[in-house]
Design a protein around this ligand. Structure first.
Ligand code: TRP
Length: 465
């Protein structure tokens, strides 16, 4: 096989911008506020912060280490690092799963990022002006019922992403995040300031930071962990590939903390942009996925400069989504390029076409194909359409499995000395603590989460006890 040398980020800052761009996405601005709302606020936020600190940061370090050690994308990286081991075929297979997982995520992510583009357009054209309650819901459901609208905006979102990828690491990815990330930050800050002037900050503080632990159940823990992993772009080759472009002199622990900190900060800030508006208008916090697309437009319509605020808000979502779809698209192309199978341009085109088909099926599962069921092994999955199953399998199941095996790989398969060298740490207490988390705590906890996800935990406990 002809290995093709990979490009590198031009600096640690470029990596940081791209990795934060990957981490900050629909997960932070669309999903985080509504899961916090659904799960009752404070206790969930605290749990989330704990998971990011104890599992998130160590796992980001783990994935960056696998990627940077040989500066190779997932399949080659796992294969090269397990050279001479009997388990090598298994790890090669894990490399494959790592590359396929983000494609599954993109199957639904492109559809939702298409919604955000559609809403930018609807806001600008005034289609969301003068609507009363109930009508914004109709706009949202009408969009979901229209295959053409969904596919049109999904195609735009996919084409922008494929174009950026086809231009390569420095000219494509780096350039895109250098433009988009500062804009994203500016918009976010102006939205929070705007929200602060409209009241509701005190209620937001209380809601987000007063924990009511009676709200925590096994399901909440699973939800918080899933949200944290998704938000940090873990368990799906993204961090691994971004790490493989990272120059050797940059410190992985520092950068991992930077990414996790920025990602969490943006999620919290998104709460502070959204909740005050919801509080001052006496609306429901627990409207789930409808929070951003149905509840907010009602309020934008009534606020001073609401239309401008609305345009900025959906633009923010769209920017956040693009920098994330880029990171989900890159692993497959990087893999094809490095293994000498296809050039970057052809690879982007081929992966783009495949993903278009997948995302189109996922868009149609909201209308024409809404009755099709792929899995029926439990009541939970039997109620899910194709798009929901895609999300369940990739963004929950596969992501957890990949994170689990990334931990096992770095903890048990890679040489301690190599890991220490790659992290650039002394053989200190901090390193030992990290290693225990990765070797023991992560495998145990994630295994329990996987059992819980497939609803096997209760039967297993009943069997054991
Ligand atoms: N983290 C992004 C978000 O919060 C989505 C994302 C990008 C992602 N790359 C990923 C999720 C890799 C899981 C794995 O929206």
């Amino acid at each position: 096989m002809t290995h093709v040398a990979q490009e590198k980020w031009s600096s640690g800052t470029a990596f940081l911008l791209a990795a934060i761009g990957s981490a900050v996405g629909l997960g932070n601005i669309y999903r985080f506020p509504y899961v916090v709302g659904e799960n009752g606020g404070g206790a969930f936020v605290l749990l989330y912060l704990g998971i990011v600190a104890f599992f998130g940061i160590p796992l980001v370090m783990t994935e960056l280490t696998i990627g940077r050690r040989k500066q190779l994308p997932p399949i080659s990286a796992f294969t090269a690092l397990s050279e001479g081991k009997k388990s090598q075929p298994f790890w090669k297979c894990m490399g494959w799963i790592n590359v396929l997982t983000p494609l599954g995520i993109l199957g639904f992510y492109f559809v939702v990022s298409g919604w955000t583009l559609n809403y930018v357009y609807s806001m600008i054209s005034g289609q969301l002006n003068n609507l009363v309650e109930g009508q914004t819901l109709k706009v949202f459901t009408d969009m979901q019922q229209s295959p053409l609208t969904l596919i049109f905006w999904m195609t735009i979102s996919l084409s922008i992403t494929a174009f950026v990828i086809s231009r390569g690491v420095k000219l494509g990815l780096e350039k895109a995040v250098k433009i988009l990330m500062p804009m994203l930050f500016l918009i976010l800050v102006s939205l929070v300031i705007y929200s602060a002037f409209n009241g509701g900050m005190r209620e937001t503080f209380e809601f987000m930071f007063t924990p009511d632990f009676s709200k925590i159940t096994g399901k909440t823990v699973l939800e918080a962990a899933g949200q944290a992993f998704f938000s940090l772009s873990l368990g799906s080759a993204t961090m691994l590939v971004y790490g493989s472009y990272l120059p050797k002199k940059e410190s992985i622990p520092k950068l991992a903390c930077g990414v996790a900190f920025a990602d969490t900060f943006v999620a919290l800030i998104a709460g502070f942009a959204i909740f005050p508006i919801v509080f001052t208008n006496g609306l429901e916090l627990d409207s789930g996925p409808n929070l951003v697309f149905v509840t907010l437009p009602i309020i934008f319509d009534q606020m001073p400069f609401g239309q401008l605020f609305g345009i900025l808000f959906f633009l923010l979502l769209a920017f956040a989504a693009v920098t994330s779809t880029i990171s989900l698209f890159e692993p497959a192309v990087s893999n094809l390029e490095e293994r000498g199978i296809l050039t970057r341009g052809k690879g982007s085109l081929l992966v783009g076409i495949g993903l278009w088909c997948l995302a189109a099926v996922s868009a149609l599962s909201m209308n024409i194909l809404s009755d099709v069921r792929l899995l029926t092994f439990s009541d939970t999955v039997a109620s899910k359409n194709i798009m929901d199953i895609l999300e369940y399998m990739s963004a929950n199941a596969m992501m957890l499995i990949n994170a689990l095996f990334a931990g096992i790989f770095v903890g048990w398969v890679m040489k301690r000395k190599d890991v220490l060298e790659e992290l650039g740490l002394d053989d200190s207490l901090l390193f030992k603590f990290w290693r225990v988390i990765i070797k023991v705590v992560v495998p145990v906890v994630i295994s329990v989460l996987i059992l819980q996800l497939f609803e096997l935990l209760d039967p297993l406990m009943a069997f054991i006890l």
